[in-house]
Write a protein that binds this ligand. Sequence first.
Ligand code: ATP
Length: 385
Amino acid sequence: MKIGIFGGTFNPPHLGHYRAVLAAIAALGLDLLYVVPTKAPPHKALLHGTPNPEARYRMAELLFANDARIVVTDLELRRSGLSYTVDTAEAIRAMHPDAKLYLLLGTDMFLTLEQWHRPEELLQIVTPAVFARAEGQEEAIGQQADRLRARYGVETVLIDHVVFEVSSTELREALLRRQGAELVGDAVYGEIVRGRYYEVRHAPEWLMAQVALRNPKRVAHTAGTAEEAVRLAKYWGADVDQAREAAILHDITKGLDQAEQLRLCEKYGMMPDDLERENQKLLHAITGAGEARAVFGAGDAVFDAILYHTTGRADMTLLEKVIYLADYIEPNRAFPEVHRLRELAYMDLDAAVLYGLELTAQELSAKGRAIHPRSHEAVEWLYRR
Ligand code: ATP
């Protein structure tokens, strides 16, 4: 049996890791490959804010999920102290005493191998298998292979593969600029956003695509709301990114029927009151906020803006007012009072929200429907201001 060991910080894992691993499995004819996320790397200082080892482990699991030959192991997560590869290699040898073990390494790691903890013991257990990380590294790899052969009597295997030049360091910088999603794949990217790692948020275009997938009929209204929300946010000094995100997601669950809405309420532990339970328009604000947070990684401000976008509430934040009004006056809206409401929205934000609440109250009263107490509280609060 041939087994590969591939350790890394995986901060985050990326397609460079994935492709290198597939190339190694094919080149070496591996039956099994252990991916080993490192808990405390001895040679790499982890920056403040680095996702914890469990989070890096989870991301690695997602990256390598689709291949039964690859097992992501928590061997190093379970050990205390610095994570030495020699300890991991010993543990794997104990589990598979008859297997041939290969240690998979990119050039950078291979060239520093002798500085690792107890290299001679490590090299008695494993055979190094190296893949270049950039073109033109063959000579340096060859020289290091010669040195290791001379010193430790070990034969290095060079894995022939198509170089994929990406590193976690570069990737983190790209993620900060909202780029690089294609270098980690959808599953890992989703996890990064949900976990709010690397200050990543979904690109607005991707969020809009999710709206289109779930509810094509809402695309025009959603795009209009986002446009208006950005305009209002810029005008009144609210956070433009949050406004755009909340606007795009505000109706994300609107296409769901009542039973589905109630299931989501339960899933997210957000219990609707009696009025909300019976009213689709109120329910979608609750479930929209829940989905925005759980599925799309929205933060608290965006969550609240979605949660209160239909009823308003006392003590509304600037962002909540922006989303409430953007939904009401976006360019596709065409009811008689919308012109007055649009004017007010750019003159006196509170007065505009108040007018909006009153218009809704009139409409509901005319239909003999109840007004949610939160809207009453919002009106009273706005009158007091
Ligand atoms: P950093 O930017 O911090 O150096 P990294 O991208 O090297 O991160 P690690 O988790 O430290 O990621 O790498 C684990 C292993 O994967 C190392 O052996 C490394 O050399 C190798 N590796 C990383 N990226 C690539 C790549 N693009 N191609 C081949 N091997 C890679």
